[in-house]
Design a protein around this ligand. Structure first.
Ligand code: AMP
Length: 275
């Protein structure tokens, strides 16, 4: 295992797993998935990217522990941890471009509504990481479903020869999606947070998007939960579901619980699946 801060020491090829550190089982499953691809060395990047945070306080309180991350990444099978300082990612004298945002980044009523500019920062840092690490493939978690679609669309529009590999959501035994932010939840908020998973489950019996969204809101209507969005969309374009289109749907939820912004999502077969 090598810990690298100088991108000049990274060989091109292999599989990149971009993270902001504070690794948990969800990240480890992505590293194991990267390893199973057998496409060369697995590089885990650890960088808390300032340009994708809307609030300075959120950036500052984001959990950081590089020593622990390195040990965990090594156990999961990574060969390299790339942990660049901010001056390497964004050298003061260099203008690191913000790529054109794909349409899927700015769909109304999703991430852009609550975190304007977030995906500009994500596209900037992911492009920069791709330029520095030049991987053959990169793994992204389905936990951040819209981010996964944004990265796929960006890579296609930039005509990069990098395969984007999706990793399934890893959950706590009680169903809460693992997240680096979960450590910020009070014990009470941690219990309340289970309504996110339950709201997704509630969509499964619903035959229309409107019914599914109403079912989600009903489950989320509890004290201590501030809904940011609870919607069902086309899984790839994240546009409104067309009931006649027979395309995969996705239920997506975002809520603040005890002041912590949490995301979750799940497949929704809905009208197309005839559930
Ligand atoms: P982050 O460190 O939160 O930026 O996440 C780094 C990568 O891990 C992203 O591709 C996330 O989608 C993914 N990820 C985060 N949580 C999970 C989870 N519970 N299951 C699977 N992947 C996850």
């Amino acid at each position: 295992m090598r810990v690298i801060v100088d991108p000049g020491q990274i060989n091109s090829g292999g599989v990149l797993v971009p993270t902001m550190g504070a690794l948990h089982e969800g990240h480890l499953s992505l590293i194991e998935l990267a390893r199973s691809r057998r496409r060369g060395p697995v590089v885990v990047s650890v960088f808390v990217n300032p340009t994708q945070f809307n609030e300075r306080a959120d950036f500052e309180r984001y959990p950081r522990d590089l020593g622990r991350d390195v040990a965990m990444a090594e156990r999961a099978g990574a060969e390299v941890v790339f942990a660049p300082p901010v001056e390497v990612m964004y050298p003061p004298a260099v203008d690191i471009p913000v790529p054109d945002l794909p349409g899927v980044a700015t769909r109304p009523g999703l991430e852009d509504a609550g975190r304007p500019g977030h995906f500009a920062g994500v596209c900037q840092v992911v492009s920069r990481l791709f330029d520095l690490c030049r991987p053959d493939e990169a793994v992204f978690g389905e936990k951040d479903w819209q981010q996964l679609q944004v990265v796929r669309a960006m890579v296609a529009s930039q005509r990069r020869a990098i395969g984007i590999v999706p990793g399934a959501i890893v959950r706590e035994p009680d169903g809460l999606a693992m997240s680096s932010r979960n450590v910020l939840l009070s014990p009470e908020a941690r219990r309340t947070a289970l309504v996110l998973r339950r709201s997704l489950d509630a969509t499964q019996e619903c035959g229309s998007a409107r019914e599914a969204e109403a079912a989600m809101r009903k489950v989320l209507d509890v004290p201590g939960v501030e809904i940011q969005y609870a919607v069902v969309r086309d899984a790839e374009t994240l546009e409104a579901v067309r009931e006649d289109a027979r395309r995969p749907g996705r239920a997506l939820v975002c809520a603040r619980v005890g002041g912590v912004r949490l995301l979750d999502n799940d497949a929704w077969a809905g009208a197309a699946g005839g559930r």
